[in-house]
Design a binder for this molecule. Sequence first.
Ligand code: QUE
Length: 344
Amino acid sequence: MSETAEPTLIARREGIAGTLLMNRPKALNALTLEMIRAFADAIAAWKDDAAVRLVVLEGAGGRAFCAGGDVRAVREAALAGDRAAVEAFFSEEYAVNTGIATFPKPWVSLIDGVCMGGGIGVAVHNGPRIVTEHALVAMPETAIALFPDVGTSYVLPRLPGAIGTWLALTGARLTGADSVHAGLATHFVPRERLPALRAALVAEGADAVARFAVAPPEAGFAPHRAAIDRCFSRASVPEILAALDAEGTEWAAGQAKILRRMSPTSLCVSLELLQRGARQDLAACLATELALTRVVVNDHPDFAEGVRSVLVDKDGAPKWQPARIEDVDPAAIRAMFVPVTKEG
Ligand code: QUE
């Protein structure tokens, strides 16, 4: 960063709050290592500062809260064989996720735009989490051959029914209202009331949220809730696909089509991870995710190919290895879950 550039995470003291503004609007505020380090500094400075009674987190630019991690940079590091850079990014990001989860005061996220992947990780482990009618919330990792990370392998299995598995495998885009019904967000506030809510938060604290929240509209996925639970509660990806095919509805056919575009390896890794996450605490989930990141990002070709197809060349034509779900070897998936050790 040049000396004249604005910080990519702007930390301020306002009233009784510490405020954090993710500030890379052209990249939808996707998290860089620099931003992650600034998050860590703010958490360390504010957690025991009695004058800071809450944190308010938001995204700059009016379009996004945070689109995720800076996976373009991670891909370049992986292609260059720079394992240390990959390790620094994810280990420091997950330390921030832990710092937010254990932050002893309200951590208020104002989600008024795109919130995906790493953006969910800096919001979901604490609260309240406010969404507006402009929120778009998703876990799209299977499109880039990653997996639900930033502690979401703990969160997603705890959502109602099989909603978490559905979100993780298909990358379904939720509206603000949907994300309240799914349990990822806690309150719905219309965008036009956000400036007044923000002023009340820094003046009074997090209890102000209740005065601004309104009942969210019905979930868009409500008509499909039963089918989501029927199909996405199956034990393996081939069984989920078979269940979707057996539904015989246009919706189910659409979901199957979406799954068949994702990395087959990533679908299997993600399902296995959520099944394990259901039985582990957040710290264990983050440790499992970090160990898995090393294998998936550094050693499997699909991650670099997925980021290439979605974010670099934007051709939407990834060449996955293997290309078909039928050709994924379950033993190879299990082997990717290397035992978590202190040395990594
Ligand atoms: C899956 C992801 C991400 C994604 C798209 C996916 C992700 C991420 C971004 C993103 C989007 C816009 C940007 C940017 C990154 O997109 O994690 O820098 O300008 O950060 O399908 O996991």
